[in-house]
Design a protein around this ligand. Structure first.
Ligand SMILES: [Cu+2]
Length: 305
């Protein structure tokens, strides 16, 4: 079941239209019990009965304090740590959306990367290195398009996968160049280079940070609390290094491959707005209705800007 791809394109352009993407559910913090005050003791302490009651109240206070210590780290870790239980999804009914990101027009001239400032970076490459952004595959399709469910999945709650998403630094380039991750999922940053990197995500809606990673240093693990399309990542040591992180509140995303194709699977039956983001050629939306066990097609065509 696949309709004419181009007719499905609802909007295109650099700006996202309509609703501001997937929403983030804020979870109110649990209120801790307030210990009762014990004001009148004085002479009543002589009374054995009151002494016993005082002891009992102190036990309650101590229990309350213990609970507070248990909950504090959870609250401070990340806002998504307290998300409600995942919505059960009938896996026997899920479908998928697959498609191709094509490109119309002359292949843009790609920016050449000069790594001369760091010989360690140069040594990892044998030929000319080009920036990934603006790159077109040999078959006229686009790699590194981030395709995700922009709306239609809000009624579900998803737990982030326990497996981390790995971002490697190899030859002073980020591998992969574009990646998707769920809110609350761990981004594990590793280095395959014998030089020091400084990883610096520059989000609008998440916490900004930058951390140095020397050769052989332990992986850096971080999480994103809120959905954000897209978070640029740079290296403060090597100005050409660039990655893009798509943070979503659902697991329905993919990055177009070296043949321009993508597949988003595990979709419960429903109508979804699928968005394809590119670093250079703008963003496009399509509305796709996926029936039980259906595999729908959503092709996108971008033009030179
Ligand atoms: Cu670097």
């Amino acid at each position: 079941m696949s309709g004419p791809p181009s007719s499905k394109v609802a909007t295109s352009g650099l700006l996202l239209k309509g609703r501001p993407g997937v929403g983030f559910l804020r979870v109110s913090r649990s209120r801790l019990p307030i210990p009762e005050r014990i004001e009148r003791m004085g002479s009543s302490m002589k009374n054995r009965k009151l002494v016993w009651m005082f002891s009992a109240v102190m036990v309650l206070v101590l229990v309350g304090c213990g609970k507070k210590e248990e909950e504090a780290p959870t609250e401070s870790a990340t806002p998504t740590a307290n998300t409600p239980a995942p919505t059960p999804i009938d896996q026997s009914t899920v479908g998928s959306v697959t498609g191709k990101i094509s490109f119309d027009g002359a292949k843009p001239k790609q920016q050449r990367i000069m790594m001369d400032q760091d010989p360690v970076c140069v040594q990892k490459h044998s030929g000319t290195v080009f920036a990934e952004d603006g790159g077109v595959n040999d078959n006229g399709t686009l790699p590194n398009a981030f395709v995700y469910v922009k709306s239609g999945a809000e009624k579900y709650t998803f737990a982030p996968p326990s497996d981390p998403v790995v971002l490697d630094q190899n030859g002073c380039m980020y591998k992969p160049h574009v990646l998707g991750i769920m809110t609350g999922q761990t981004l594990k940053i590793i280095s395959s280079d014998a030089t020091t990197h400084n990883i610096h995500p520059m989000p609008k809606d998440n916490r900004e940070w930058n951390m140095s990673q020397a050769p052989g240093a332990a992986p850096i693990e971080q999480k994103f609390a809120r959905p954000e399309i897209m978070v640029p990542v740079k290296c403060n040591q090597h100005p050409w290094m660039r990655a893009w992180v798509g943070v979503t509140s659902n697991p329905f995303f993919a990055v177009s491959a070296a043949d321009g194709t993508f597949t988003i699977s595990g979709l419960p039956p429903g109508t979804y707005t699928i968005e394809a983001w590119t670093a250079t050629f703008g963003t496009q939306d399509q509305t796709v209705t996926v029936g039980p066990k259906e595999s729908k097609t959503a092709d996108f065509k971008f033009k030179a800007t």
